[in-house]
Design a protein around this ligand. Structure first.
Ligand code: PLP
Length: 364
């Protein structure tokens, strides 16, 4: 007889890693293709000399540096083992059995998992026909049981973003006792111009029920290091510390994040290059005949419906790994120009075009 585990966990799908094989072009995980930013590998090597010691559980240096850069108090910042850990911690401090966690669908795959892990009930609101958050419908879906709302902006996997005015209207309609998480994992890739540029840190000022999540995994290129952070009201941040797994942000990760913050100019160059490439890739796909929503992140979304899985298989066979999502669509990360060209060459093959592009795809 085996040990007893919580029966409700059976409903959580086991993690299935993306397909990979040597030499494949990986456009499946929204990583940057570049090596870490200048100075980062050296900082990691130096920190390696002291890994006989526990890390600073309060992440004092990193918290101080982020606070300074964002013009918030250190008490407003929590560091996590990736921002996905913070998603789980936020669910842990707000929700349990009988409570509701609200989010759009399709959105980040971690939301349903962390909701189930804490035993809460997921309430999902479909994206609009344009693959954008339907904030009015989300506001309408809030009930007296709602404890936590995730808004992923830009949205993973569709790449779409909502602007500041729409977010403000939404936040103003949410009851003050419901925590709203603005997940800005792709913040550095946003290029919405002018006053409508959404910035969770600004939106959160004066709104203690707003928490912003950012990460070093995407634009900063530290996916393998596992560092993200939450910015919010000191009471929320103090609660996060209670459920935090002690020392889960290790010494190398803290040093790497610190060094990355010092490489802002290189970071900006890289994000500009990705933004240029995403415009090129999207235009090329539209030219071929695909439907591709506007994207504010480092990936594009192909709403292929039922054909998503087959497209993903065909792309993998052509040596380019992309990410199919059920019967919704396929997410393709923007890589470097050669990698993107390889994907475009696949997507533009006449047999693939006939099967997946244009009206054939939108019927699916
Ligand atoms: C990648 C991602 C994260 C978290 O990444 P970490 O590596 O855990 O920091 C969080 N939210 C969204 C929407 C993401 O796409």
């Amino acid at each position: 007889m085996s040990a007893r585990i919580r029966p409700d966990l059976a409903a959580i799908p086991s993690y299935v890693p993306g397909r990979s094989f040597p030499g494949a072009i990986k456009l499946a995980s929204n990583e940057t293709t570049h090596a870490p930013l200048p100075g980062v590998a050296d900082a990691i090597a130096e920190a390696a000399q002291t890994v006989n010691r526990y890390p600073d559980n309060r992440n004092t240096e990193l918290v101080g540096e982020i606070a300074k850069r964002l013009n918030v108090a250190p008490e407003q910042i929590a560091i996590g083992c990736g921002s996905v850990a913070l998603c789980q911690e936020l669910a842990q401090i707000t929700a349990g059995p009988g409570d509701e966690v609200l989010y759009a669908w399709r959105s980040f795959e971690a939301y349903p998992v962390v909701t189930q892990v804490v035993g809460a009930t997921a309430v999902t609101v479909p994206l609009t026909a344009d693959h954008v958050h339907d904030l009015d419908a989300m506001a309408a879906a809030i009930t007296p049981r709602t404890r936590l709302v995730f808004v992923c902006n830009p949205n993973n996997p569709t790449g779409t973003a909502v602007g500041r005015a729409a977010l403000e209207r939404f936040l103003d309609s949410v009851p003050a006792n419901v925590l709203v998480v603005l997940d800005e994992a792709y913040f550095e890739y946003l290029r919405i111009p002018g006053a409508d540029a959404p910035d969770g840190i600004e939106l959160g000022r004066g709104r203690p029920n707003v928490v912003v999540l950012r990460t070093f995994s995407k634009a900063y290129g530290l996916a393998g290091m596992r560092v993200g952070y939450a910015v919010g009201d000191p009471e929320i941040i103090a609660a996060l510390a209670k459920v935090h797994i002690p020392f889960s942000v290790n010494r190398l990760a803290q040093a790497a994040a610190m060094a990355s913050l010092d490489a802002q100019a290189a970071l900006l160059d890289r994000t500009h290059a990705v933004v240029d490439e995403r415009a090129r890739v999207r235009a090329a796909l539209i030219e071929i005949g695909y439907d591709v929503p506007p994207t504010e992140s480092n990936f594009v979304w192909l709403p292929l419906g039922e054909r998503a899985a087959a497209f993903g298989e065909a792309s993998a066979e052509a040596g380019v790994l992309v990410r199919p999502y059920g019967t919704d669509g396929v997410r393709v990360t923007i890589g470097d120009p050669e990698e993107n060209d390889a994907f475009l060459a696949f997507a533009g093959q006449s047999a693939i075009v006939a099967e997946y592009a244009g009206s054939a795809a939108s019927a699916g």
